[in-house]
Design a protein around this ligand. Structure first.
Ligand SMILES: Cc1cc2nc3c(=O)[nH]c(=O)nc-3n(C[C@H](O)[C@H](O)[C@H](O)COP(=O)(O)OP(=O)(O)OC[C@H]3O[C@@H](n4cnc5c(N)ncnc54)[C@H](O)[C@@H]3O)c2cc1C
Length: 696
């Protein structure tokens, strides 16, 4: 091993957008010492902290993917650097690395950033010492991350042995005689020290069953639930993750005097009034859809159809109140919160969360800074277990974060979208300090909504359209609505215009009395109308996925009126909903676009249409079925006329189904196999002629 390189040191490099990759990298750093390693951690953006060109210790990359397969901002420069064509093919031949990529199969280009780095490192001669992990947030990162981390330690041990062996061989190649004996002796001593590592590994005490559990056998309940387990899990010994080191000290100060409210959290947001709210669906629609008009005329905001807006909505007052009561802090809700790092914390790279303003009140912290609805991660459950008095409750929390309890975690925590308040209700003897919540709850996130209007038609305004997310009551929690869509729906509940209202009755509604909405434009680079208006286009947007296309068509309608002699490309819209009479949103506006020629073809399907009793052909149910019916035109526009295909809406099913259908259409049209169809689709994407704006 090159001199100066420790036989247990390795480097962790992370590229994180929302903090998940960073948090996993930090978790690795924390666990490394327990396994006898010395981990150095650095963000990929901090190029001055590491030098891969001279790195002879193993390197572990943890990288996420953002947007449409883009690298996170912190990894952009690194990716650009390693992609340089001038780098020789053996540039990284000295490098031994492992890579954990994070992604979400609900989006296209799953784990693209990790895959790109991996591919490029391979091209530049670097060597894997452990198989690449691809973790899917869609099904739960833990499913891959936990076993990947478990296997990493063994792989590190092996690579250190291998590296020291090859180092020895190269080191003694010039000396005579007893080479193999010397190598063997050194290897043996390496192996011994590794066995020692194994012993220390096993000696954590965490995997031993709790003695108390044995006394519970007689009362094993029949059915498991969030706070109750059944055999075999209730009797199993558990592999529990290491306790994450705490790192924050929280002091509650005086009640701030005066009205110096802190608005730092929402500082990058514009506060705009609402100017209209309308039901787009009938009362009996399964997924109710609301249109909101936001008045931006006093703000300097411009947008194009295809752009989206981030909306920051606060946590519910009632939930924050319940949480404060439960933590025994309700009487301190107006006290100011002071945060500092715990001296002697073992957490690597610990820092005070930058999104919590100094001296904000406790109530403000819980309303505006933390995502209190987030699903607690296993590390959080692990910490909560240590704050729980009652033996059975403690054991259950340990089970839920253990490897053996992974299925129960999915069933009782992840799938029902349990949040911290639900846990505290289910585990009454759990009494976490406030610092633990701040350490484990992520930052409150804004939610994005596509602009459903054009500023040519609605100057100074933007429309957004959303379906109100509903979480039905279940054993784990009461009924509730989505954080943002539910908050917005509640705000407008008293003034919202009924379904079918044609013209806003502005006078009767006091919009100024409503709370303003925090918005921030989220400009899109490519999901826009083609710059050449003669380019034909196909738009696929079922449900609220039609939003950006309403903006496209409003814009096109105005452009056509202004330039009556100009040529405009053919436009197709494929829309789908459940029922013709209940949730066919924007029906009249779409029919007007068809009448005045803005929209050449409107193809609508209904997934819950009455069965045709006349025995005629079954009607298409979903947009992909309608697309197939018009395959010839779709193929012509895309393959012969250089046209564009836009897809917007549900990422889980629709986007994938549409993609599969497109593959079928291309395969048939070009008479090629699946692989070649995929290549054609990849080319369309590259040319920005197949564009997706999809969400789950
Ligand atoms: C670029 C972009 C543009 C978007 N544009 C739009 C848009 O125009 N219109 C729109 O409606 N949305 C849009 N979204 C999605 C939107 O940002 C939110 O995710 C969505 O409105 C839910 O927010 P919420 O805070 O109400 O729900 P949250 O409280 O965040 O809950 C959402 C969670 O609930 C789950 N969930 C969703 N539906 C249900 C259900 N019925 N029952 C149980 N669980 C459910 C989801 O998997 C998700 O994990 C867009 C997203 C992106 C990224």
């Amino acid at each position: 091993m090159p001199s100066g390189v420790s036989s247990s040191r390795f480097l962790i490099l992370y590229g994180s957008q929302k903090g998940q990759a960073q948090s996993i990298a930090e978790q690795l750093t924390d666990q490394a010492a327990e396994h006898g390693f010395e981990a150095e951690i650095s963000c990929l953006s901090k190029g001055d902290e590491y030098n891969l060109e001279k790195e002879h210790s193993p390197v572990v990359f943890v990288v996420s993917t953002t947007g449409d397969g883009e690298p996170p901002d912190t990894a952009l420069k690194f990716v650009r650097r390693i992609k340089k064509k001038s780098l020789p093919r053996d540039h990284f031949s000295h490098l031994h690395y492992a890579l954990l990529a994070l992604g979400d199969t609900n989006y296209t280009n799953f784990c693209n950033c990790g895959k790109t780095i991996d591919r490029r490192l391979q091209e530049l001669g670097a060597n894997h010492f452990y198989a690449t992990g691809l973790a899917d947030d869609g099904t739960g990162l833990e499913v891959v991350v936990d076993p990947w981390i478990d296997g990493l330690w063994e792989a590190l041990k092996k690579i250190f042995v291998k590296m020291s062996a090859s180092d020895l061989i190269s080191g003694i190649s010039l000396s005579s005689g007893h080479q193999s004996v010397a190598v063997l002796e050194k290897l043996e001593s390496s192996a011994q020290s590794l066995q020692l590592l194994d012993i220390s590994d096993a000696d954590t005490g965490e995997s031993k069953p709790e003695s108390e559990t044995e006394t519970r056998d007689a009362e094993i309940p029949l059915e498991a639930s969030l706070n109750r387990s059944v055999a075999p899990l209730s009797q199993s010994s558990l592999s529990i993750p290491a306790l994450p080191p705490s790192y924050l000290e929280v002091c509650l100060g005086d009640v701030p005097t005066g009205e110096e409210e802190v608005h730092i959290v929402a500082q990058s947001f514009h506060e705009v009034p609402l100017s209209r709210a309308l039901w787009l669906t009938r009362d009996d629609a399964v997924k109710p859809v609301i249109l909101l008009e936001l008045d931006m005329k006093d703000e300097n905001i411009s947008y194009e159809p295809g752009d989206a807006f981030d909306l920051l909505c606060p946590n519910r007052d009632t939930e924050v109140d319940d949480l404060l009561h439960r933590l025994g802090l309700h009487d301190k809700k107006n006290h100011s919160v002071h945060l500092q790092l715990l001296k002697n914390t073992k957490k690597k790279g610990a820092r005070v969360p930058p999104y919590i303003p100094e001296k904000c009140t406790l109530q403000y912290l819980l309303i505006w800074c933390l995502e209190i609805r987030s699903i607690p991660k296993k590390a959080f459950l692990r910490s909560l277990a240590d704050c729980t008095q009652e033996t059975q409750e403690k054991r259950r929390l340990q089970e839920l974060c253990s490897r053996e309890g992974a299925a129960d975690y999915d069933r009782f925590v992840r799938n029902p979208s349990v949040c911290i308040l639900d846990l505290l209700r289910a585990f009454p003897s759990c009494m976490p300090p406030l610092s633990l919540l701040i350490e484990h709850l992520p930052k409150l996130q804004a939610r994005a909504y596509s602009a459903a209007s054009s500023s040519l038609r609605h100057p100074g305004k933007v429309h957004i359209v959303f379906s109100v997310v509903g979480f039905p009551a279940c054993a784990e929690h009461p009924e509730r609505t989505g954080l943002c869509t539910g908050w917005l729906a509640d705000r407008v509940s008293t003034i919202i215009e009924p379904y079918g209202t044609k013209q806003a009755s502005q006078e009767s509604v006091d919009y100024a009395a409503l709370p303003k909405v925090h918005i921030c434009p989220r400009l899109n680079n490519s999901f826009h109308l083609p710059s050449d208006p003669t380019v034909p286009m196909v738009m696929v947007g079922p449900g609220s996925g039609v939003a950006p296309f309403i903006g496209f068509l409003q814009q096109r309608e105005k452009e056509r009126a202004r330039n009556q002699d100009s040529a405009f490309g053919e436009t197709w819209l494929f829309f789908g909903c459940r029922h013709k009479d209940r949730d066919f949103i924007f029906r009249e506006e779409l029919e007007r676009f068809v009448e005045n020629g803005t929209l050449s073809h409107l193809k609508v399907c209904f997934s819950r249409a009455e069965t045709d009793r006349n025995g005629s052909e079954p009607k298409p149910k979903y947009v992909q079925h309608t697309l197939l019916l018009h395959a010839e035109h779709v193929a012509r526009i895309l393959l012969k006329e250089n046209g564009c295909l836009y897809v917007c809406g549900d990422a889980k099913n629709m986007a994938k189904d549409v993609n599969d259908t497109l593959m079928e259409i291309i395969g048939k049209e070009l008479q090629v196999d699946k692989l070649d169809s995929m290549k054609t689709i990849a080319k369309l994407r590259e040319e920005k002629r197949y564009l997706q704006d999809i969400w789950s």
